[in-house]
Write a protein that binds this ligand. Structure first.
Ligand SMILES: [Zn+2]
Length: 115
């Protein structure tokens, strides 16, 4: 690989050696590394090692989608009754939501005794 090549990593939350790999590619091999993935899971907990890379990054951009209410979305709402941190799915399992919709949905589920 060319010493100034760009490496792009997608779905970094699933790599257990992410920090080591990216640090080595950038610091040792001189690569420009772009890592794009989820920083948090459906419960807004840290997801994988992506956040561990923030102190080592030159820049960080947090992207947003659009919530069903029209506001910018920053969180993933899981629509399935499953608490495993890793559950791969698309629009059938997840919706991009804003803080207000996330909290409203979570409170309603807790009040009804649902997961
Ligand atoms: Zn919303």
């Amino acid at each position: 690989m060319h010493p100034h090549a760009i490496s792009v990593m997608l779905w970094p939350q699933f790599f257990s050696d992410l920090t080591e790999f990216v640090t080595s590619a950038a610091d040792v091999d001189g690569k420009h590394v772009i890592v794009a993935g989820l920083d948090g899971d459906f419960q807004r907990r840290k997801f994988g090692q992506l956040l561990d890379l923030v102190p080592m990054a030159e820049s960080v951009t947090k992207l947003q989608g659009t919530c069903t209410c029209g506001r910018p979305s920053a969180f993933s709402l899981r629509k399935a009754a499953n608490h495993d941190q890793e559950l791969v799915g698309g629009a059938n399992l997840y919706s991009p939501v804003c803080r207000l919709c996330y909290n409203n949905y979570t409170k309603a589920h807790v009040a009804n005794g649902l997961p």
